[in-house]
Design a protein around this ligand. Structure first.
Ligand code: ADE
Ligand code: ZN
Length: 328
């Protein structure tokens, strides 16, 4: 599975930080973060809300553009190793300078430089999706949207809200999504992960998103499944994340195969791989074991992902050509 060329559309940059990386940065800054790790050095959390707290604590040691540059390089080296040829990463200006536009530009520069180096070395392409954090509330979502709107371009291609889906309604965040749309950004939203189908529906109707982060609980409403299929809404599905966070008790219960078979455009991602003890190859292997999917199934899903990527048309064409080769 490792050598299959892959596209990953749903990956949080901070959530992809290996625990060793976070421990090293914490040690350099003389910050004690031992409370967020278990005996074996892995991230330790109990359920989704605690996961968000540990995620934020780990991220709190990343305080400079240089830290984000190093993180970007570390993550891209691992992704290239996994056969990923193109990824989109969620990254939050709230963690990169507290929503200040000037600071965001410096962090962005560091991430872009790291991306350019990785592209030259490994041929991997990274684009960014600016991420308001839902539990910080609608007012605080405006600054990241402005940061995104002011820096839209070759690297910043989208806006996608993450965080606690149980905080408020999608429509509360309309200002941020309208601001981003008017600036030419593409839109996605985390929904249908910790809330049901209505959350997916409202994200589409009230925020106008064209992709949904997770979206898997749409399966609970057959009319919504039909709608997603007919409208070509793409789901950024992260099965290992859903199992690790208890959205589903095991892989066999996960609805990705049923959604795909109903004609919904599904794609495969890892979300926050070290938190969930997963990688892209692991996701593919577990899907193959659980649902009997073969190389052709994964190749087809990667073509769906290439079509749904928020990149420009030349990049898309190049990705589709690279996907036609079966090896990275
Ligand atoms: N931020 C990082 N991972 C997330 C997830 N699985 N759901 C919502 N917000 C997140
Ligand atoms: Zn996510």
């Amino acid at each position: 599975m490792k050598s299959l060329p892959k596209i990953e559309l749903h990956l949080h940059l901070e959530g992809a930080a290996p625990p060793e990386f976070v421990r090293r940065v914490a040690a350099e800054k003389k910050v004690d973060l031992s409370r967020i790790f278990d005996d074996r050095g892995a991230y330790a959390y109990d359920g989704f809300v605690d996961f968000l707290r540990v995620y934020e604590a780990a991220t709190s040691v990343l305080t400079t553009p240089e830290d984000y540059g190093r993180l970007t390089r570390t993550v891209l080296t691992e992704l290239a190793e996994q056969g990923v040829i193109y990824a989109e990463t969620f990254v939050s200006p709230d963690f990169c300078g507290g929503g200040d536009l000037g600071a965001w530009r410096e962090y962005l520069h560091a991430m872009q430089e790291a991306s350019a180096q990785a592209e030259a070395q490994d041929g991997i392409i990274l684009k960014g999706i600016v991420t308001p954090i839902r539990q910080f509330g609608p007012e605080r979502a405006k600054a990241p949207a402005v940061c995104a709107a002011e820096t839209v371009g070759d690297w910043v291609v989208g806006l996608g809200m993450g965080g606690d889906e149980n905080n408020g309604q999608p429509r509360d965040f309309r200002w941020a999504f309208d601001c981003a749309r008017e600036a030419g950004l593409r839109l996605t939203n985390h929904a249908g992960e910790f809330r049901g189908p209505e959350s997916v529906r409202e994200s589409i109707e009230d925020l106008g998103v064209e992709r949904i982060g997770h979206g898997v609980r749409a399966i609970e409403d057959p009319a919504l499944v039909d709608y997603l299929a007919a409208a070509g809404i793409v789901l950024e599905v992260c099965p290992g994340s859903n199992v690790a966070l208890g959205v589903y008790p095991d892989w066999a219960s996960h609805p990705i195969a049923r959604l795909r078979d109903a004609g919904v455009k599904v794609t495969i991602s890892t979300d926050d791989p070290p938190f969930f003890h997963t990688t892209m190859s692991n996701e593919y292997e577990r899907l193959a074991e659980t649902f009997g999917w073969e190389v052709e199934d994964f190749a087809a899903l990667n073509r769906v992902a290439a079509e749904a990527a928020f990149c420009d048309s030349d990049t898309r064409k190049a990705l589709l050509t690279r996907l036609d080769k079966t090896d990275v």
